[in-house]
Ligand binder design. Structure first.
Ligand code: ATP
Length: 294
């Protein structure tokens, strides 16, 4: 024990501003990694790994355990190689998120921020959902937000048609070729129909007070867990409308509530983008002033 205290005292004595910089850099990298994996399934694992790495480094630095240190120094690198393989989809999404944060052109941002297009799309989804609900025709409509849904579009039939209530009603008309699966909406267009979504394996639906939900609701929850998309489901059995987002499901909502919730989601997104654009705008003015002076 006395040895451990003297070891700690020795470490404290050696602590200088370079050590502080070292700690700040490592903490910044861990913080950036956690931020990158925020809201993904890999987040909990990453937190565990970071905790493990810190705990092991402390133990092996302070206490002289040669066999344990040997085991850890040989197994940790292989663990670092296996994590990216297991969490490939999360990693890809995290890098996509990073790429989006880096892209700052006004044009790129404008594609999503056209409020008129969004309003038209929301109106079409709400109108189609309420009519499908009355007819008790099952439907799954997935609205892309920031995360790309390209890999899911590839599982269905590509369309690229302007969204309208009639088009959505036609897609989900029973026993037609496109009615099975999900329709994906990107902006104000139906980009693909009859798409296969990942099924949720979380217990949210099982623990619901009602009966266990079927595949359509599992698929809605699944895509909302895997991406930031919003999924609107119309139940074939009950005609009820539900909305899934970020692994949570709002059950049996009215058409009015659906419209309010969807508009709130997009207004929040647009607010964030406008804040971002304002920053870009200020930076651009600052740059052009500087160039003018030069
Ligand atoms: N992975 C999937 N991706 C997209 N759609 C799916 C997927 N799996 C099933 N579906 C859709 O769900 C339909 C089956 O729904 P099921 O009756 O099992 O679900 P449910 O949640 O009970 O819905 P409902 O209340 O409408 O009956 C399929 O016909 C298909 O259109």
């Amino acid at each position: 024990m006395a040895n451990l205290f003297s070891e700690i005292a020795f470490l404290i004595q050696r602590f200088d501003w370079l050590s502080l910089l070292d700690i700040i850099l490592v903490s910044a990298i861990f913080y950036a990694l956690l931020l990158l994996f925020k809201d993904t399934q890999a987040q909990t694992l990453l937190r565990g790994v970071i905790f493990l790495v810190i705990a092991i480094s402390l133990v092996t630095t302070l206490i002289n355990l040669p066999a344990f240190s040997w085991l850890i120094s040989n197994t940790l690198p292989s663990l670092l190689f296996t994590i990216p393989v297991i969490f490939m989809p999360e990693l890809r999404r995290a890098l996509e998120r990073l790429g989006r944060a880096g892209s700052s052109t006004f044009l790129f941002e404008h594609e999503n921020t056209d409020m008129e297009k969004i309003r038209r799309m929301v109106k079409a989804v709400v109108s189609a959902s309420s009519r499908l609900s009355v007819f008790r025709q099952g439907a799954l409509i997935v609205l892309q937000r920031k995360d790309s849904l390209r890999e899911y579009e590839d599982t269905g039939v590509k369309m690229g048609a302007l969204v309208s209530p009639e088009l959505l009603l036609q897609i989900f008309y029973p026993n037609t070729p496109l009615h099975d699966g999900a329709a994906i909406l990107v902006g104000d267009r139906v980009s693909a129909a009859a798409c296969v979504m990942p099924l949720s394996s979380s217990g949210v639906l099982n623990s619901s007070p009602e009966r266990q939900m079927g595949l359509r609701h599992r698929a809605a929850l699944g895509i909302s867990e895997a991406t930031d998309a919003i999924a609107v489901v119309v139940s074939e059995e009950t005609g009820s409308i539900s909305l899934a987002h970020r692994g949570r499901i709002l059950r049996r909502i009215s058409a009015d509530k659906l419209e309010n919730v969807l508009m709130a989601f997009y207004q929040q997104q647009i607010g964030e983008q406008e804040k971002f654009n304002l920053r870009q705008f200020i930076l651009a003015i600052f740059k052009s002033n500087k160039q003018g002076k030069d």
